[in-house]
Ligand binder design. Structure first.
Ligand SMILES: [Zn+2]
Length: 115
């Protein structure tokens, strides 16, 4: 790869950083330390700038989901408590109506002697 001075147009050595004739700094396509620095910060800025926009929407969605979940949970508990209360009352009345069924069937068998 031949390099030429941007000022006077004379051929330059690949290793030379300045023109031998006029002293103008040589333009280095694969230069040591002139071009790379501006590129890296730009990539870092883009990489750091993208996530916040994506994260901005998720917390709100999370909170909404949590609130909905809590409401559903409370609703289930409320319904469950009501159903359980009704069931308990029914069981109480049911037990008073037919108390002998469960006791007789449970205690009846041991009384049978097989001698
Ligand atoms: Zn030159």
């Amino acid at each position: 790869m031949a390099k030429f001075c941007t000022s006077c147009g004379s051929p330059l050595e690949e290793t030379s950083k300045f023109c031998m004739r006029c002293g103008t700094p040589a333009e280095a396509p694969g230069g040591p330390a002139s071009a790379p620095p501006p590129v890296a910060p730009a990539e870092g800025a883009v990489a750091a700038g993208a996530p916040p926009t994506a994260k901005a929407g998720s917390p709100v969605l999370k909170i909404v989901l949590i609130v909905v979940a809590v409401l559903i949970f409370l609703g289930v508990i409320g319904i469950g408590t009501c159903v359980y209360g009704v069931y308990k009352v029914k069981q109480k009345f049911g037990g008073m109506v037919e108390p002998g069924r469960t006791t007789s069937s449970g205690r009846g068998t041991p009384e049978v002697h097989l001698e």
